[in-house]
Design a protein around this ligand. Structure first.
Ligand SMILES: [Ca+2]
Length: 255
């Protein structure tokens, strides 16, 4: 494990035109992250990270423990599918396939695959409610769609806060009545009221992106993405596409 420099413990201030939603975060630990992983879905379950990745021909379901250098490959999608976000439901990983409209279910023991359900439009991020009765899906817009666990649409909410448009919603995580959302091509993490869609807090992770840019030959597609709740410590795991580091962070001011 890599010990972290003290400068990242500083609070990051973000000025928003009409809002004061910037919220503090700090790194408490850092771990290796596979640099071949175009991170789309990040989950933490029974001591393991379950990560789904994207790109045609490179979409994989990985499993590893914090600190592991070599992830276990549970499943690889055919090259016609572009993997996206995922959740864990019972003993399966439910995994979106971007524009294909298919949510796959991968058995975490056998790696076997079946079709869980079909969806309309694009599938980007996915999260499951704490009571495991509903899912929420993003599609790259500023809308969040709530689904039953079998894929039926329950309702749709527009994410809002101030005058600006909060589109490009990507990877998701659901904690209590808050939905956390990455935004594609930004280093922002939003904390959103699950009932109303109102943004409660914005965490700006530009500082982590700069650290990664010093460690790796980083480019614009290596966006901050991936958020998983670690309930035992009330912390969050975050990373970015192709980053070599997975960070464990504390988030404040979102409840
Ligand atoms: Ca997640």
């Amino acid at each position: 494990m890599v010990k972290f420099s003290a400068r990242l413990f500083s609070v990051i201030a973000l000025s928003l035109s009409s809002l004061c939603l910037a919220a503090p975060w700090r790194v408490v630990e850092s771990y290796p992250h596979p640099t071949f992983a175009f991170t789309q879905g990040l989950n933490f379950h029974h001591g393991f990270v379950y990560e789904t990745t994207g790109q045609y021909g490179e979409s994989q379901l990985l499993r590893y423990q914090l600190g592991d250098e070599q992830p276990e490959l549970l499943h690889r999608l055919h090259r016609r599918y572009f993997g996206e976000g995922s959740v864990i439901l019972n003993n399966e990983v439910i995994w979106l396939s971007w524009r294909r409209g298919i949510a796959f279910a991968i058995d975490t023991e056998t790696g076997n695959r079946r079709i869980a359900f079909n969806y309309d439009g694009e599938g980007w991020g996915l999260a499951i409610s704490p009571d495991q009765t509903q899912m929420v899906m993003s599609n790259g817009s500023d809308q969040l769609q709530f689904l039953t666990t079998t894929g039926d649409v329950i309702r749709q909410v527009r994410v809002s806060g101030g005058a600006r448009r909060w589109d490009q919603l990507n990877e998701l995580e659901w904690v209590g009545n808050t939905i956390f959302a990455n935004r594609w091509h930004t280093q922002q993490l939003l904390a959103i009221d699950a009932t109303t869609g109102q943004i409660r807090a914005v965490f700006n992770f530009d500082e982590l992106w700069r650290v990664q840019a010093e460690r790796q030959a980083i480019n614009r597609n290596m966006s901050f993405n991936g958020i998983a709740y670690k309930a035992d410590s009330n912390t969050f795991l975050v990373t970015g596409k192709y980053w070599n580091t997975l960070y464990e962070v504390e988030l404040e001011g979102w409840q």
